[in-house]
Design a protein around this ligand. Sequence first.
Ligand code: NDP
Length: 419
Amino acid sequence: MIGVAVLGSTGSIGESTLDVLARHPDRFRVVALAANRSASKLAQQVIQWKPDYAVLADESAVDELKERLSRAGLTTRILAGESGLIEAASLPEAQYVMAAIVGAAGLRSTFAAVRAGKRVMLANKESLVMAGPLLISAARASGATLLPVDSEHSAIFQCLPPNTRAGEKPPGVRRVLLTASGGPFLDWPLEALASCTPEQACAHPNWVMGRKISVDSATLMNKGLELIEAVLLFGLDPAQVEVVVHRQSIVHSLVEYVDGSVLAQLGSPDMRTPIAYALAWPERLGSGVEFLDLIRAARLEFCAPDVERFRCLALAQAAARAGGLQPAILNAANEVAVESFLGRRLNFMGIARVCEAVLARMTGGGACSPQGPGGVQGLSSPQGSIRDLDAVLAADAAARRLASELIPTLEACERGAHA
Ligand code: NDP
């Protein structure tokens, strides 16, 4: 029996992971479940799975969890806060860790799992975007195995030679083609995007996902973060990662080799396939996914993304080229902007503007900033290599502060322009 800790178990990836695990009770045992503050949902999962540990990052929700579990007669050990997440990620009983917390909040626990030498099934792309080189060298040092869960990166990984290791470019690869569904706004008139609602942005045509990644898919920031993720995971130059819009979401990504061969991975758009692959690798496991019917799918279309409309993709491409702390800065600004959009304090087009302004200010550019040029103290040179995790967290915090400051100004300017 393989012990599995599921971090982010109450989310979309967490639930899909538990669905796959439920199909293989003879092979896996859930040893820890972790969430932020969904006490009631986590309690239901604990009652069903009876793990040794349950974690809530938000300490104010812990009493409710305790009460629900004691009413059910369970003596599960309850952990709280970030230290609880780190403990769950490092448990000796868990050989595998599903890193499926959303956003930068997953960084430290993902790191803990890597340092503890686990098989880390990486859904939390933000931790790789923020601190990829550190995460990959920590995996080398501890012997951890980093396996992608993002469907595109799982597709690429499945098309690469079997001995591929995180951070190393496999021989013979010319480039990878990262497919993007294009999100819900692919055909919307540009003028209409400013007034789209969070509900419209979260209504993805092919995938059912959490709200943050749904908005990222609508802005194409998700594809930008995935581009950075691909560069880091597969040891590629950013120029070797091409984004291709493929609205059917059947071809999950492709690898082009120097001899002209192109290998692709296809399947129904269902995250249980990449999750099952990460759990079973190098073998295969049943996932419950509907098998692909190519005749019914009939059409597979591809086109280039419109980087004028989807500015976030262009920003991520630039951050990938710059490297260093720029991806972490971009990620932090995006998280704050997406939260503001979901809270109706920023319009959809403002997400890219906030990211651009924060990057410009923190890299000393300033051309796009509403408040003029100028770097942020201690971050005058975000380019180049990343010193350590503290440098990443400092950049993240500074970018969040700046984004929060800029949002009211940007939103007021935007409203003025439309008045
Ligand atoms: P959801 O929003 O559905 O779930 C997020 C999970 O993270 C929940 O369990 C939530 O707990 C937990 N969480 C949120 N904040 C914190 C915190 N501060 N500390 C601890 N736990 C926290 O997200 P998804 O499942 O959609 O996405 C998870 C990750 O997987 C993201 O990084 C995303 O980019 C990636 N991913 C998702 C895909 C998908 O299809 N959904 C596809 C590919 C990648 P609570 O319920 O208590 O809030």
